[in-house]
Write a protein that binds this ligand. Structure first.
Ligand SMILES: Cc1ncc(COP(=O)(O)O)c(C=O)c1O
Length: 470
């Protein structure tokens, strides 16, 4: 079928190592080590054992890593906010990876939860998240989703369009409650380009242009069933450095200050998007630096306008779960391919692919990989790890050096797959979705069961007739 988006034959950041065995710091969970036989251990559990018990492909999530990142993120923002006489609310962006167990971990570490559909809301509630500490997002929430969010008492609904104002107001009025809402605006700062000159009139689906905020908020304030509690903005994802966030914060505070003339504005929500390391080339900004830089920018903008510093809210997803996830695959075939006159690479096919990790096919995301069942003294060779699906763009790791003797039966581990892999998974080619196993303190347990082919057949009305089928 279709070819992958154009990529350079070899990314210029990729460096050939002396041996392709080392676990690059920051890309893997802190617990990742190799034992004396060279077998990768995650939280003290050998990947060979994981393969034996749960099969491959397998999503492995390091509980200690998720919790530590949640705790550290919360502490960083709490401290930064306290330094400016305010408080911080950190929401975990559930779209990155949501299961009841993960909800339990992050809420136990003091995070609120951010959801973007009735399904995510149901998981958050089933995981014990307090409704009042849930934010509900989406550019096209259905009437049923809005009704459910209001009914369970979510802490805030993030309004994304004019039409939604009346929908939420009516749902709240029908239940005799006052619903807190935030208004999503576009600051004109783009993560992709850091093009700070972009206007607020953006050609994309989320939120309101910044210059409409006053009018939108005025309308909300006239509706007795709504309580406006602040602006919301999310500038994008996988962002390094503080500059984009600080610029966006400055633009938002200007509008936030104007809105104070019409009433209280307790919160300013600056979204998520903090970057992580996917490969050795990535150098993410420490969360403490981000917290100090962004909250400091909000505080200094407020000081220059003589207004109080609002509660600051953030919504990291990837930065909490991304590095905690490792996907295990088994190598099925290895094929040398002459890519051009002077470039040969090994195509290493694994037993999963774009159905368990859509990110490389969706937006050219780069990953790294290691043979996980052994180390090897073999000369590293340029490899491309590909999946088993009927798409030439079915790439798991675009470019990586792997031991030249990589062979069928080897286990391959791809790190930094905790975010947006499980949550974007599909059944393309009727491949069942893998289980998710949590590892901690030397033990492993299933937190989301894998699918079987029977699960997939059960949805086929020709096999399992359902209501409405003859
Ligand atoms: C509104 C909003 N908040 C938070 C996030 C989380 O982003 P990240 O996982 O990059 O932190 C997203 C991601 O798409 C988002 O759209």
């Amino acid at each position: 079928m279709s070819a992958s988006p154009a990529r350079p034959p070899v990314p210029d950041w990729l460096v050939k190592p002396d041996a392709a065995n080392a676990l690059v710091e920051g890309v893997w969970p802190a617990s990742a080590t190799r034992d004396d036989d060279g077998v990768l251990q995650l939280a003290g559990v050998a990947v060979t054992q994981l393969k034996e018990r749960f099969g491959t492909p397998l999503y492995v999530l390091d509980e200690t890593e998720v919790r530590a990142r949640a705790r550290r993120t919360r502490a960083a923002f709490d401290r930064a906010a306290a330094a400016h006489g305010t408080a911080a609310h950190v929401y975990y962006a559930g779209k990155a990876f949501l299961s009841t167990e993960v909800v339990r971990w992050v809420t136990a570490e003091g995070l609120a939860v951010d959801v973007a559909s009735a399904g995510e809301l149901a998981v958050a509630l089933a995981g014990g998240a307090q409704p009042g500490r849930i934010g509900f997002h989406g550019n096209n929430k259905s009437a049923a989703e809005i009704a459910r969010a209001v009914e369970v008492g979510v802490g805030s609904i993030i309004i994304d369009s004019d039409i939604e104002i009346s929908r939420v107001a009516e749902a709240a009025a029908a239940r005799g409650v006052v619903q807190s809402v935030r208004v999503r605006v576009n600051s004109g700062v783009h993560a992709e380009t850091h093009d700070f000159l972009a206007t607020a009139h953006e050609d994309q689906k989320f939120g309101f242009p910044l210059d409409r905020a006053a009018e939108v908020v005025a309308r909300i304030r006239e509706l007795p069933s709504l309580r406006f509690d602040g602006l919301h903005c999310h500038i994008g994802s996988q962002i390094f450095g503080t500059a984009g966030f600080r610029e966006s914060a400055a633009r938002l505070v200007e509008v936030h200050a104007q809105l104070l003339a019409g009433g209280d504005v307790p919160v300013l929500n600056l979204g998520g998007g903090f970057g992580i390391a996917y490969t050795a080339a990535d150098d993410p900004t420490p969360i403490e630096q981000l917290a100090d830089g962004i909250v400091g920018a909000v505080a200094s903008e407020c000081a220059s306008r003589g207004i109080p510093v609002p509660i600051v809210a953030f919504e990291p997803g990837r930065a909490i779960v991304g590095t905690a996830g490792v996907t295990l695959y088994e190598v099925g075939t290895v094929k040398p391919v002459q890519a051009s006159e002077d470039l040969q690479r090994l195509y290493v096919s694994v037993d999963g692919g774009m159905s368990d990790n859509a990110r490389p096919a969706l937006y050219g995301a780069q990953y790294s990989a290691r043979v996980a069942s052994r180390t090897s003294p073999a000369e590293p060779r340029l490899a491309r790890v590909v999946g088993k699906h009927c798409e030439s763009g079915d790439i798991v790791v675009d470019a990586e050096y792997l031991p030249g003797d990589v062979a069928p039966g080897d286990l391959l581990a791809v790190p930094a797959t905790g975010a947006y892999c499980f949550s974007l998974a599909s059944n393309y080619n009727y491949v069942p979705r893998p289980p998710v196993v949590a590892v901690a303190d030397g033990s492993a347990r299933v937190i989301v069961r894998g699918e079987s082919i029977d699960d997939l057949l059960a949805r086929d009305a020709g096999v399992s007739p359902t209501e409405g089928t003859a």
